[in-house]
Design a protein. Structure first.
Length: 376
């Protein structure tokens, strides 16, 4: 289940005062000898760096500033510090996610507030040199009357736009696919959007095709299985869906859709992150509200997932989590901590919590070594 080495840094995103949080900026933690985490310090002061990504080959880190509507490059400084590398670049409203191309050519930033998907070109030093907006999303359900999501959750609370004639676009996350395309989620329009990367004098993203999700499901985060299928967690319906390549085509299509938890969604639940074990046999989904981690077994060669157990996350509002080296680390935004669980190597089930680390308003856990975030 190795996703990062036993002595490697992990960056923490956070919400700061401008988002009602108590964080200071990007934090640095590291695994101790027993697998639990220890706090190293604040790597860089920043306003609500809610998500962080790392360059594949350079000592460069990128963070969105959610309320400031920017994205910025940082360079490593000292043992665990970060310093700005160039100016902050404008992003969109509530820029909530950043992902880096595995070859280090570009970034993709997703913006929850206005639905923008933004492409940023990088130079040989890892600095941002240009910004191009991708095509805006169009709601595939148009003016259709509202409908319940296919799973549980609390539709009126979690998707207040579901019964409106016009639902706003809510781009939420980007995934660099193994075939060098990019897949993004649109939580408001219930869409997966697959993009080709355009080179030339004006690089950017060209829409290839879309996968329409069940209305009101709210696709949020996603991860690619080693077999090629993409697993998507839905925030509103608290489900997991499989996007599969169609036979004889590079187009994705919607396959399996099933519950993200063994016990079903409860009132007030909102699913957050999905992560894979390094061997690809289990997936872990965080559920805010009831504060659980859903453990799912990957079955039928990665074409479906089966919920096998729910485990209390150990804190309040599990926004993000990381799997690696036989451990599960869960970041709780509202209780301000990261709780560590050992994972059984055969069943994949978390054991009793092994440690708890105070981290102010954590929103993301990202290994500092490039290439590891893609494997969960």
């Amino acid at each position: 289940m190795d996703s990062f080495s036993a002595h490697e840094l992990i960056w923490t995103g956070s919400y700061t005062a401008d988002s009602g949080g108590s964080g200071i900026g990007i934090g640095a933690v590291a695994p101790a000898a027993d697998g639990t985490l220890r706090w190293l310090g604040v790597a860089a002061e920043a306003d609500s760096p809610s998500f962080v990504a790392v360059h594949p080959s350079l000592a460069a880190v990128y963070a969105v500033a959610e309320q400031a509507r920017t994205v910025r490059a940082y360079r490593r400084a000292g043992a665990f510090g970060l310093e700005p590398a160039g100016p902050a670049w404008p992003a969109g409203d509530a820029a909530c996610h950043v992902a880096v191309d595995p070859s280090g050519r570009f970034l993709v930033v997703c913006c929850w507030g206005d639905g923008q998907v933004l492409f940023y070109e990088l130079d040989a030093e890892g600095q941002i040199t240009s910004r191009t907006a991708a095509a805006a999303s169009r709601d595939p359900y148009g003016d259709a009357p509202g409908a319940q999501a296919s799973g549980g959750g609390t539709p009126d609370r979690e998707d207040p736009d579901r019964d409106r004639a016009k639902r706003p676009s809510r781009a939420h996350a980007a995934l660099m696919l193994s075939d060098e395309r990019v897949m993004t989620t649109d939580l408001g329009h219930d869409l997966l959007r697959i993009w080709n990367v355009r080179s030339g004098p004006v690089p950017g993203l060209d829409l290839d095709h879309e996968v329409v999700m069940p209305r009101g499901s709210g696709p949020r985060h996603l991860v690619q299985h080693p077999g090629g299928n993409v697993f998507v967690v839905t925030e509103y319906s608290v489900e997991v869906a499989v996007a599969m390549e169609s036979p004889g085509s590079a187009d994705f299509r919607l396959g399996h859709v099933g519950p993200a938890t063994a016990g079903g969604a409860l009132p007030g639940d909102a699913a957050a992150e999905i992560a894979l074990a390094g061997d690809g046999r289990h997936a872990y989904i965080g559920v805010r509200g009831s504060n659980r981690i859903g453990v799912l077994q990957v079955v039928d060669g990665g074409t479906a997932l089966r919920a096998v157990a729910d485990v209390p996350s150990g804190g309040n509002w599990p926004r993000h989590h990381l799997v690696g080296n036989g451990w599960l680390h869960v970041a709780h935004e509202r209780s301000g901590d990261v709780v560590t669980f050992p994972l059984d190597p055969e069943s994949g089930l978390p054991g009793a919590p092994a440690g708890r680390l105070d981290v102010a308003s954590p929103t993301a856990l990202v290994p500092a070594r490039a290439g590891l975030t893609r494997r969960g």
